[in-house]
Write a protein that binds this ligand. Structure first.
Ligand code: PRX
Length: 651
């Protein structure tokens, strides 16, 4: 974040207390903070009672082997039963669970009873394909009901899923399947994107050609496009829809692995973040109920995330369904077939709670408020934000244009690793400041510390740490305990280092300032600079690459790459740059395509050979280049700027 943006933030003194009528009916009052302060573990034990347990736990938290936590030790439960069957048993089988809205505008309601049958059939089918508790299943699907059914079916049989975002490349999918040694992959023939059918299965075919662990590929027919077929492929409509709709949910240990979700770290290799069952579901369910003030008999909830990200896991699948939500899921993009698509959906389904990302809000601001103004958004009563810092201007716009000046806005800070929300307002309690996630939720310990790990005073800035274990915390990195300890727990003893910079204001509110490591945040998606650099240098024309995240008015950060070419380029500059961008999309996925690639002859390095990304960021953000005293060759920045003024590498 630039210094200007930072000082603007610090002058932000608007504050919006909860509306009295909202506060009066709110699910949670200020007592929750007091309860948790008085007995933190006891507070979480009470929240765990939101779930149905087959056997009780005998210890709330075992932290004796820190940083490897065990929550609700000895307890047993079935996560899918908690998200589906128990609602049918309590008499809500006819309640709509999912309102599926396709890109083309058809919608389909699925009740809890139907969901129970679909999940049971899928669970039976997976078992029929030889999947047993503990086996890993990769899921590579668009936002269709089968994606949610597939995840719940895995949960039901105790087979941890690894959902891979359907926008990731075959190579990204391959490495994730391989790392988790998945036995089955669930995919679709294709997906609808901006009005056309795009194939999906060819990427799976390419990936599984190199992953011997995979026995079967289970394929949902979505677009009806032609697909290649091999002996290991099976159609969803043949095996799932033919399976019995009865399935007995077996209980698993509270610490049974529920899923692995890969996320970018500071090296080129994505980390498989491991989450388990009882603690994860407790915190996902409680935060969803408390922070969104969910009223299961009244609300229509819509989280716009994709199931490929953690937000889709915790706030589309597990938290909301555990709370017996009625929710919209949407397959398409915000501007197909027109830029008012989201507002049309809010109007059509009378959505009451909307959870989205700042990058989307900024895009809508750019498109103009006359677009949402054409729709009836009066059903909305609460708005949420997640994924990146929300600038006060976007917050205010969200509140005024979408929220009709009345909806509380909950800015929720959390991560793939935290599993569920950690810092967020309680909408019936907190007076919210535009741009701040406010304070840790009840039962959560978070602090802003300086370089030495000492808490900063009000008004000070530093690093965000979590100083108490929490129920939905990651239990490790799949297959790499040491990297888990190193990455998160080695900087200051006993503190989880989140990788975010933060500032504490005079009233103790926390302002998140973005990543302080080599991880970029592009449209709320985490991408590592090293991952993009490795993709670039795997192209034969590239000798060396350095990647930075430059501030971007819409996407938060944009990817800017500096490359040194091998020998004399055979191609015209613009053509080569286009080829390199496509190459990155092929290696990682279109979301990692650099916004800009600049061809340079030198890169700024320290004497020990470390690339000085700070200086490259100055160039990428058109700033005067900062302190160059630690550069091995002080003339190099001049060479880079001179070279750039004569190269037209932008697109
Ligand atoms: O930098 C923070 C940012 O997103 C990172 C986590 O990314 P990911 O694991 O992909 O999860 C995103 C969805 C939870 C964090 O380290 N971040 C997330 N939410 C916020 C945020 N930054 C500021 N404010 C937020 N509300």
């Amino acid at each position: 974040m630039s210094d200007d943006a930072l000082s603007n933030l610090l002058q932000e003194n608007r504050s919006f207390p909860p509306d009295a009528a909202f506060a009066k009916r709110a699910n949670v009052t200020a007592e929750a903070y007091a309860d948790a302060d008085a007995d933190r573990l006891g507070f979480w034990a009470v929240q765990a009672q939101r779930l149905a347990w087959d056997s009780p736990w005998h210890q709330i938290l075992d932290w004796s082997n820190a940083p490897f936590a065990k929550w609700f030790v000895g307890g047993r439960l079935n996560v899918a039963y908690n998200c589906v069957d128990r609602h049918v048993e309590s008499g809500h089988g006819e309640q709509t669970a999912l309102v599926f809205e396709s890109e083309s505008g058809d919608s389909r309601d699925i009740t809890y009873r139907e969901l129970q049958e679909m999940v049971s059939q899928a669970a039976n089918a997976l078992q029929g394909l030889g999947v047993e508790a503990g086996d890993r299943v990769a899921i590579y699907l668009p936002m269709i009901p089968e994606a949610i059914v597939a995840m719940l079916a895995c949960a039901r049989i105790g087979a941890p899923h690894s959902v891979v975002f359907a926008g990731f490349s075959a190579e990204a999918l391959r490495s994730r399947i391989d790392d988790a040694q998945a036995k089955v992959v669930i995919t679709a023939d294709g997906q609808f994107r901006r009005g056309s059918a795009m194939p999906l299965k060819p990427a799976v075919d390419e990936a599984v050609a190199h992953t011997p662990s995979v026995d079967h590929v289970l394929v949902v027919r979505r677009t009806g496009g032609e697909v290649e077929w091999t002996g290991r492929d099976v159609w969803w409509h043949e095996v799932v829809e033919a399976a019995s709709p009865e399935h007995h949910p077996q209980a698993f240990d509270a610490e049974h692995p529920l899923f692995i979700l890969y996320t970018s770290g500071t090296t080129g290799k994505p980390k498989g973040i491991l989450h388990t069952s009882g603690g994860y579901l407790t915190q996902a369910a409680w935060t969803h109920w408390a922070v969104f003030d969910l009223k299961p008999d009244e609300d229509v909830y819509w989280c716009t995330a994709d199931i490929g990200w953690v937000t889709g896991h915790s706030y589309i699948v597990y938290g909301p369904l555990a709370n017996r939500v009625t929710q919209v899921i949407y397959e398409g993009t915000p501007d197909t077939p027109h830029k008012g698509r989201w507002w049309e959906i809010v109007q059509k389904h009378r959505v009451t709670i909307l959870y989205t990302a700042p990058t989307a809000i900024r895009t809508f601001m750019k498109w103009g408020e006359h677009i949402p103004d054409d729709f009836d958004l009066s059903s909305l009563r609460l708005l949420g934000s997640v994924g990146e810092p929300i600038n006060p201007e976007a917050w205010m716009w969200y509140r005024r244009v979408i929220g009709g000046e009345t909806c509380p806005i909950v800015d929720t800070w959390w991560q793939t690793e935290t599993g569920a929300m950690m810092i967020a307002p309680l909408p019936g309690v907190t007076a919210c400041k535009p741009g701040s996630a406010m304070r840790p939720l009840p039962g959560i310990g978070a602090e802003v510390v300086d370089d030495n790990g000492a808490p900063v005073d009000p008004g000070g800035g530093g690093y965000l740490v979590l100083d108490e274990p929490w129920p939905s915390m990651l239990r490790g990195i799949w297959g790499d305990d040491e990297r888990y300890v190193q990455t998160y727990w080695s900087r200051w003893p006993g503190e989880y280092f989140a990788g975010d910079g933060a500032k504490l204001d005079d009233q103790g509110a926390i302002w998140l300032l973005g990543r302080v490591d080599d991880v970029m945040n592009v449209s709320g998606h985490r991408i590592s600079t090293t991952e993009v650099e490795s993709a670039l240098v795997s192209h034969p024309a590239v000798a060396e690459a350095a990647v930075v995240g430059a501030t971007d008015a819409t996407t938060g950060q944009g990817i800017v790459a500096f490359v040194i070419l091998r020998g004399t380029p055979q191609k015209d500059g613009a053509e080569l740059v286009a080829e390199l961008r496509d190459h990155v999309a092929h290696e990682i996925g279109p979301i990692a395509k650099p916004r800009q690639i600049l061809v340079v002859t030198e890169l700024p390095k320290t004497r020990s050979g470390k690339i000085m990304r700070r200086l490259l960021r100055d160039i990428a953000e058109n700033r005067e280049v900062g302190d160059v005293t630690t550069l091995a060759d002080p003339t190099v920045m001049g060479l880079i700027s001179d070279g750039l003024s004569s190269s037209a590498a932008d697109d």
